[in-house]
Design a protein around this ligand. Sequence first.
Ligand SMILES: [Zn+2]
Length: 341
Amino acid sequence: MSDLFFTVDVFKKEISIFRFSSLTVHHEKTLASKFTFDDMIYMSEDYVKGEYQQKMQEICNLMLKYVGIEKSKNEKIMDMKARLESEFGGNVLAIICLSILFRTYQAQRDHLVHLDIFKSFKDGLTNKITLESKSKIENKFKELTKAMETLIKCSENTFQQIPESTFISDNGYIFECNKRQVSLLYSLNESIDPLIHIFIANLFIGNLKVFTCKSCRKRYFSNADVGYCPAIKCQEVKDKELRKKNRMNRKKNEYTNLSDTFSNYTRQLKYKLTLIGVPEDVIAVYDAEKSSCLYNVKMQISTYQDCERPIDDDLIRYIEEQKGHIKALYDSLSKQKGTEQ
Ligand SMILES: [Zn+2]
């Protein structure tokens, strides 16, 4: 029987599920699954829709039939568990629930699944933490503090120390220490509760709330309403909208518009020079003059913009002069090229 553990990374908004082959010195840890906080919403929405609940209820009923049977029938239970695991292989929650069910069966409990775990799940996701959930979180933290204290007092009786500094506590926590960090893995073997409560606690720590994506309408976790969920498709829509907005703002600004028009004009002339095959060193001469004119124009415009002085004939005349200057240079450079041929 493998052991399931999880870690929560509030910065990456990720939950990782690990399997340990056994809690011995030579344990093997494998990543069983990884999902984001947002995936938790989708999983709970699946649950709310009833499809998932129905399937889990079917499993519960099947498992119930075997509760209290003699040891000789254990093989059947193992077969069923293997079958269900392969059927629900892609569904992390189902695997966790199966693991809980199996352990519960082993303990010969009357109630196979605490269905109220799904209620806590929903409460956490709607940002409405019930008093019950709150006290559960507080208790969880008390428990964690206690486990931390135990780690500090770490003795050979309470922990087995494993090479690469992994500590396993009697009460089901695993601490992993490496050069970068100390991480705590929580056990999922007895119940899914720790996952729910630590997940909800992390929503508080990260000050995360649920928002709806403007593009795909899916819900996502974030500190603030950023409009779009992190899906690549939706981020592309967001970028597009942003570019459109910037373009509109630029158009609205008559000062910027004036300098953009001048800049476009000089760029067009340069393009024409390259088209007729003017050599690069001549283009460089044009570029230097172009930059100088553009600088002059921008400076002149900014003196107007800074004092919010309306655009007048003087400014327009100045820009036209600069235009004339750069056009004269263009004419002479293109003529030079013409006479060469
Ligand atoms: Zn989206």
